[in-house]
Design a protein around this ligand. Structure first.
Ligand code: NAP
Length: 243
């Protein structure tokens, strides 16, 4: 089933997976994107004519609220919210270059912002015939690696939050879905790992899962990770520790 005629809000649409999701959903839907760089949003609007762009640095919740209220004023009905924007800081707490001030921003962008965006867009999502919230997650939200401790923790929090929110919204028109991605070739994963899938392929798989209404969509190697977690959790942890 094709996703067609929907009002779709996507955060972090100016790079990597968010950009590919935007490109693939744009022709059949009204895509409304949130990005932090006006320059990148202008380039996107140039490429995809008619797309609606809203600028907000999601580390700043005042900017998020302003953008969200503008979106709801312009689009009183929203059918889909894809919480995709995130950052991943790799330095360890013991590293010389560990930036203390990065902790708050990473938690805000990866966890607080998706929660706030959902809350702010809820009135518009509730007016849809059938709405979905899609939270983009990672295998690292299930089992952590050694570096990127804050990133792993925010994705773990997003996982638990998504499940609880799904209970809260059980009697409404809104479904909460999560996508657990394996490594994808994007600026975020640059210089790390091998055998990555392309952002284009990741976006295709994500869209297929959304269309099928899969609540927890495990992509690629995350399927194997889930299996290992059931039958040999200590092996799963050992593998992921060095990831
Ligand atoms: N790549 C992977 O291997 C992988 C694996 C598992 C899960 N994921 C998840 O997939 C999603 C997309 O990641 P990606 O790999 O496509 O990363 P990416 O290429 O780095 O893109 C991240 C997007 O988030 C935006 N963003 C970051 N900080 C922001 C802020 N403060 N305010 C507004 N927007 C902000 C970025 O904006 P700019 O363009 O301005 O930088 C960019 O558009 C994330 O949720 C990530 O955790 C990725």
């Amino acid at each position: 089933m094709k996703i067609k005629g929907k009002h779709i809000v996507i955060s972090g649409a100016t790079s990597g997976i968010g950009l590919e999701l935007t490109r693939q959903l744009y022709s059949d839907n009204t895509v409304i994107v949130i990005g932090r760089s006006t320059q990148k949003l202008e380039a996107l609007a140039e490429e995809l004519k008619g797309i609606s762009t809203f600028c907000a640095d999601l580390a700043n919740l005042d900017q998020l609220e302003t953008a969200a209220s503008k979106i709801v004023a312009e689009f009183p009905t929203i059918d889909m919210l894809i919480n995709n924007a995130a950052v991943q800081n790799t330095p360890k707490f013991t590293d010389q270059d560990f930036d203390y001030s990065s902790i708050r921003d990473e938690v805000t962008i990866n966890f607080t912002a998706p929660c706030c965006l959902i809350h702010q867009l809820l009135p518009a999502l509730l007016t849809s015939n059938k709405a979905s919230i899609i939270n983009i997650n990672s295998g690292l939200g299930l089992v952590p690696k050694t570096t990127s401790a804050i990133y792993c923790a925010t994705k773990g929090a997003l996982n638990i939050f998504s499940q609880s929110l799904n209970y809260q919204l059980e009697d409404t028109n809104i479904d909460v879905q999560q996508v657990f991605l394996e490594l994808v070739e994007t600026p975020m994963s640059q210089g790390r790992g091998s055998a990555k899938i392309s952002a284009k392929s990741a976006a295709q798989k994500i869209i297929e899962g959304i269309a099928l209404g899969i609540t927890e969509h495990n992509i690629g190697k995350v399927k194997l990770l889930r299996l290992l977690l059931r039958i040999a959790p200590s092996i799963a942890r050992k593998i992921m520790k060095k990831y």
